[in-house]
Design a protein around this ligand. Structure first.
Ligand SMILES: NC(=O)c1ccc[n+]([C@@H]2O[C@H](COP(=O)([O-])OP(=O)(O)OC[C@H]3O[C@@H](n4cnc5c(N)ncnc54)[C@H](OP(=O)(O)O)[C@@H]3O)[C@@H](O)[C@H]2O)c1
Length: 354
């Protein structure tokens, strides 16, 4: 039973490799640069470099840690299913998650295998919590993220506006649609040490994954303002700034965006999460389920290292699939492919509760 880590030489790939090895699992390193893979491989470990169509043969699971474009991603998934392997990734982009779930459902069912995108801290944890909090149906869901200052880079303005991302979507009135013109700013009560924080809309993957297992009308995905913009004062302007900045980032003026961002970041008053003692929690995900005005449940999950948790979520998920413990086959969100409570309970880098 072998697990191929594609993109094994990257930051996430290295952590996934370490965790697979520490669980005594049989790994194969995959990627496009043999020299970089050789530097990572331990004695006796197999390496695969070459056409995506050949890489998955003889593997139980493919763990994709490379930021592949849509065409390469499709090619790797099709090859995985063709060779009888499950496929997982930590892809965080809404449009790619939706594409994978829609495009590969039939192939995965035919092959009797699982294709599970978004299997990282974002957005498998929120997806599982939402499934548990709503118990299958509720009118409204709120999924809110807070990151400490040290770990918020992956959700920055530049990330949100990068040219590779598809258009953000929201889930309102029982269906997915484009982001309306709105000034999204509010406050949300996170557990200590974050407390009450200013938040903004977050183009999170649960907008795509949760409606596949939970009958609901509205999903609000939020993130702390400090993770989105260099200065909280800019948050109400974020919906206007976002398309503008996206345009500027495609021109030689992109350096200016970084300069302005760093300048504003320097002016910013110290945030609570910046002043937390080292070693405190790095993130928290909170999910609240409502039926009309009545709150049905509030669940949270927290941990000390975002990247470590993402690697563990991928490895734990891959181990489930390799061991034939998937809940069902198909192209599925994490909470449908894996038993959500048992899965979260098995993550050592995560604490969760009510
Ligand atoms: N959901 C989450 O919570 C979460 C958290 C962390 C990361 N991620 C996602 O995981 C992915 C990797 O992140 P990272 O921090 O590990 O990035 P990274 O350090 O830049 O590593 C990327 C890896 O992918 C390979 N790669 C890049 N483009 C490729 C391509 N077109 N074809 C084949 N291989 C390619 C690179 O290999 P070369 O040596 O050949 O360039 C490298 O091994 C990103 O998509 C990121 O968004 C998700």
């Amino acid at each position: 039973m072998k697990i191929l880590v594609y993109g094994a030489s990257g930051q996430l790939g290295r952590r996934v490799l370490e965790q697979l090895r520490s669980r005594g699992l049989n790994v194969c390193l995959g990627g496009r640069d043999r020299a970089r893979l050789e530097a990572m491989a331990e004695a006796g470990e197999e390496m695969r470099v070459g056409p995506l169509a050949q890489l998955p043969s003889g593997m139980a699971v493919i763990v994709n840690c490379a930021p592949l474009g849509r065409a390469d991603c499709d090619a790797l998934i099709e090859a995985s299913l063709h060779h009888g392997a499950h496929y997982v990734d930590a892809c965080g982009e809404q449009s790619l998650i939706a594409h994978i779930l829609e495009r590969h459902q039939e192939g995965a069912l035919r092959a009797g295998r699982c294709v599970v995108p978004a299997l990282g801290l974002d957005y498998a944890v929120g997806d599982c919590l939402a499934r548990l909090a709503a118990g299958g149906a509720c009118s409204d869901l709120i999924i809110a993220y807070a990151f400490s200052g040290r770990q918020a880079g992956g959700n920055s303005l530049q990330f949100a506006t990068s040219a590779r991302r598809g258009a953000e979507v929201v889930f309102r009135g029982g269906r997915r649609g484009p982001v309306p013109l709105e000034l999204d700013s509010g406050r949300f009560d996170f557990p200590a040490p974050w407390g009450r924080q200013r938040v903004g809309r977050y183009g999170a993957g649960e907008v795509i994954t949760v409606p596949r297992h939970t009958r609901t009308t509205n999903i609000r995905t939020l993130i702390t303002a400090s993770a989105l913009v260099p200065h909280p004062v800019l948050l109400p302007l974020f919906p206007i700034l976002r398309p503008l900045v996206a345009l500027v980032l495609r021109t030689p003026l992109r350096g200016l965006v970084g300069l302005v961002g760093r300048w504003l970041g320097g002016l910013r008053a110290p945030r609570q999460e910046d002043t937390k003692p080292a070693g405190g929690p790095a993130f928290v995900v909170v999910v609240e389920a409502f039926e009309g005005p009545r709150k049905l449940a509030r669940l949270w999950a927290t941990g000390n290292d975002c990247h470590q948790t993402t690697a563990e979520v991928l490895v734990h998920g891959a181990e489930y699939l390799a061991g034939g413990r998937a809940t069902q086959c198909g192209a599925l969100p994490p909470a449908l492919a894996l038993p959500p409570r048992e899965f979260l309970n098995g993550l050592k880098s995560l604490r969760w509760g009510e």
